[in-house]
Design a protein around this ligand. Sequence first.
Ligand SMILES: O=C(O)c1cc(C(=O)O)c2c(n1)C(=O)C(=O)c1cc(C(=O)O)[nH]c1-2
Length: 255
Amino acid sequence: MMRADLLAEAPPADDGRAPWSHAEFEAKLREAGSAYHIHHPFNVMLNTGKATPEQIRMWVANRFYYQIAIPVKDAAILSNCPDREIRRGWIRRLLDHDGFDYELPDGSRLRDEGGIEAWLRLGIATGLAREEMLDLRHLLPGVRFAVDAYVNFARRAPWQEAVCSSLTELFAPDIHRQRLATWPGHYPWIESEGLDYFRNRTSQAPRDVVHGLRITLAHFATRPMQERALQILKFKLDILWTMNDEMGRHYGVAA
Ligand SMILES: O=C(O)c1cc(C(=O)O)c2c(n1)C(=O)C(=O)c1cc(C(=O)O)[nH]c1-2
């Protein structure tokens, strides 16, 4: 089936074909992981020790734009979602990335630096200055356009579709674990605490996935809807792949 502008398409009508069972549908979503950016040559270079310090720094600086977009994207989903129970679960994602600092009635504080701060610490551990990540001076236009496409989709699509587009997170724990397993050996000059972001995500992402998957399996209930969910996931996989294409084109990819 040809893929037109996802946002311009009306939800597909039921055509009488039997829907996949939840197990079959989930298996199809997971199969889409063969197009995950873990397989992109730029990522393979990073995780097999072939990247130069400068390539690592530029990856971290460009990916920072994705990191700061994620909570904006999740706030867009919240703003489109009238279901209080869903919002209660979903809001954790904002706190995961933005962090929080609350004073409790007994005067103690409940705080967490959040993922964006952890990402900045990763950048500093690779030799970047905080300021040069925050001012986005290294951000490539193609990376910006790809990330913006994700945020725009989340703003304008029905919230269940935006939830579905987050399901690349099914595949993210593996890529974070891959970095934790390979970077200390290949790049011993990066201090271990710099990798905290990846450590944190290996426990946060599976929790997110359970929630996102439950919503997706329930909402996309007919076969044409299930096929649309796969297209939405493909669109998101393309965003991540395109970011890596752009970085490979500018910073080079070692064979
Ligand atoms: O490092 C990665 O390769 C990677 C990929 C993805 C992803 O698959 O979208 C996310 C993350 N990391 C991540 O750390 C993260 O918090 C995250 C949130 C989301 C999302 O779509 O809501 N994706 C991802």
